[in-house]
Design a protein around this ligand. Structure first.
Ligand code: ZN
Length: 342
């Protein structure tokens, strides 16, 4: 028995994964056929060849391709159910999943229709596999602050239907956090948590502004905090979680390789970090692979990996009592698995 089998078996939670970016190539092809959408490739190998991103803009083009096949609430239910199956296979028990209402609207689906679809899929994933999901609808920054306020209002309308927070994605380097202050103020006042992407395509200033102006409860990526020791100390002192996606960062050229990636330095500095996939098939990865990478390239052992998994439970937006219950379940299972595998 080895660390490798332990990683596959250990219970996990994932806090940074996009629904649209989780559509597997086979599913993309099936939806395209079903909905009569022409894709630039007609087999999985052809699609995978498109998933080599020379820039963030190329990445966004693939996102638009994916959204073009999502035409009905049933399509959304199907991709959520498929994501649930992928999570079950990797023993991911809990996930906070980001999706982008603006992409659904571009396909003529109202927010209510899209939410109805993802909610049907969420109920199925829970019933079939016991996989728990919550929603983080996100604002696509590239459409500006007014659109942002509209998405905030939609997210608020989803309270009680799986929606627990408001995200902020898209071109961080072109649309800074300060543009979305009003949207996040509205969402927070209504009881939603604040979950912007920051410190991915822009530097520490973007993280500072996400914290100060958007009231970020947790940060998507945040890896460029490493450039500012004062910020690293701030994140450590206030125990603000960074949801790190190592392979995504390499594929989008933030760092040339894992050796240059700051995961280990942030972890050693005492910042609560979690391990995530972002968009698994687009980066040819899954969460088990990311944990294996954390072991192989960052020298993290079984105890460290258990801690990272618990960081995801504790950094989640679940109510405190649920976090305590889930963390206790995870810890009991870690002990059992360590005896069995290590
Ligand atoms: Zn992301």
């Amino acid at each position: 028995m080895s660390l490798e089998t332990f990683i596959a078996a250990m219970p996990k939670a994932e806090l940074h994964v996009h629904l649209e970016g989780s559509v597997r190539p086979a599913m993309l092809l099936e939806l395209a056929r079903r909905n009569g959408v022409a894709l630039p490739a007609d087999d999985e190998a052809g699609l995978r060849a498109l998933y080599r991103f020379t820039s963030f803009d190329r990445f966004i083009e693939v996102y638009f391709l994916i959204k073009s096949v999502l035409r009905s609430p049933d399509d959304y239910a199907l991709i959520v159910r498929d994501l649930g199956a992928q999570m079950d296979r990797q023993n991911i028990r809990y996930a906070e999943v980001t999706w982008t209402p603006q992409l659904a609207e571009m396909q003529g689906l109202s927010y209510e229709e899209a939410l109805g679809g993802v909610e049907a899929g969420r109920a199925e994933a829970l019933r079939l596999w016991g996989v728990e999901m919550r929603w983080l609808p996100d604002i696509a920054r590239d459409y500006g602050p007014e659109e942002g306020e509209k998405v905030a209002a939609q997210a608020i309308a989803g309270l009680g239907r799986g929606v627990i927070g408001l995200g902020l994605g898209g071109s961080e380097h072109r649309f800074p956090p300060e543009l979305f202050e009003a949207a996040f103020a509205k969402a927070r006042a209504a009881g939603l948590r604040s979950y912007p992407h920051a410190g991915e395509l822009a530097g520490p200033e973007s993280i500072w502004n996400a914290l100060r102006l958007l009231g970020a409860d947790r940060i998507g990526h945040g890896v460029r905090a490493i450039e500012d020791p004062e910020l690293v100390a701030y994140l450590r002192d206030r125990q603000i979680t960074l949801d790190v996606c190592p392979t995504s960062n390499i594929c989008l050229h933030l760092f040339p390789d894992y050796a240059a990636h700051p995961l280990r330095r942030l972890y050693d500095a005492g910042v609560p970090v979690t391990i995530n996939t972002d968009d698994p098939p687009l980066f040819n990865t899954d969460l088990v692979t990311e944990y294996r990478i954390a072991a192989q390239h960052f020298g993290l052992g079984a105890d460290d990996l258990c801690r990272l998994s618990l960081n995801a439970v504790r950094g989640s937006f679940l109510p405190e009592a649920d976090k305590v219950r889930l963390a206790a379940e995870f810890e009991a299972e870690f002990e059992r698995l360590k005896r069995q595998h290590l």
